[in-house]
Design a protein. Structure first.
Length: 146
């Protein structure tokens, strides 16, 4: 799971640097406006229509809205992934009680096991002891909800 998170972060980082490089290249291609006299600025501003100014403002606000939306989506995805990872980890580290019923004994032997260390015919206890269940033994798991 950690590998998936690191791979995702690497892809996001590479995409960020590519987009940043493209943005710098596009801004470098634009020539800075020539220096004009104040009277020329007034006459040029009077010649512009209101729709051209509104269009430029709309494009700028749309780009800002898209950028905010992209960041919100990114935060949502990372948060959702972190929450799912945490809930999976929490479920795997729940302690279960395993009772081994043997034909030769009247009372079962009881072990405590983490859920992620429980297999079909073997398990590792909380203490670190590996137990293999024989063919004539019956394993009862207490605390499993699924």
């Amino acid at each position: 799971m950690l590998g998936k998170i690191l791979l995702t972060l690497a892809v996001i980082g590479i995409a960020y640097f590519i987009l940043r490089k493209r943005q710098i290249a596009e801004s470098g291609n634009q020539q800075p406006p020539a220096r004009k006299s104040p009277t020329a600025d007034k006459s040029a501003a009077a010649g512009k229509t209101a729709s051209a100014v509104d269009q430029k403002e709309a494009d700028g606000s749309l780009a800002a809205d898209l950028r905010i939306g992209a960041y919100m989506f990114l935060v949502l995805m990372v948060g959702l992934g972190a929450a799912l990872y945490y809930f999976r980890w929490q479920d795997d580290h729940r302690i279960l009680t395993v009772n081994l019923h043997r034909d030769s004994q009247a009372t079962p032997v009881t072990y405590e096991v983490y859920k992620y260390q429980l297999d079909q015919r073997s398990f590792v206890t909380v203490d670190g002891t590996t137990v293999n269940v024989a063919g004539d033994e019956r394993m009862e798991v207490i605390g499993l909800q699924d």
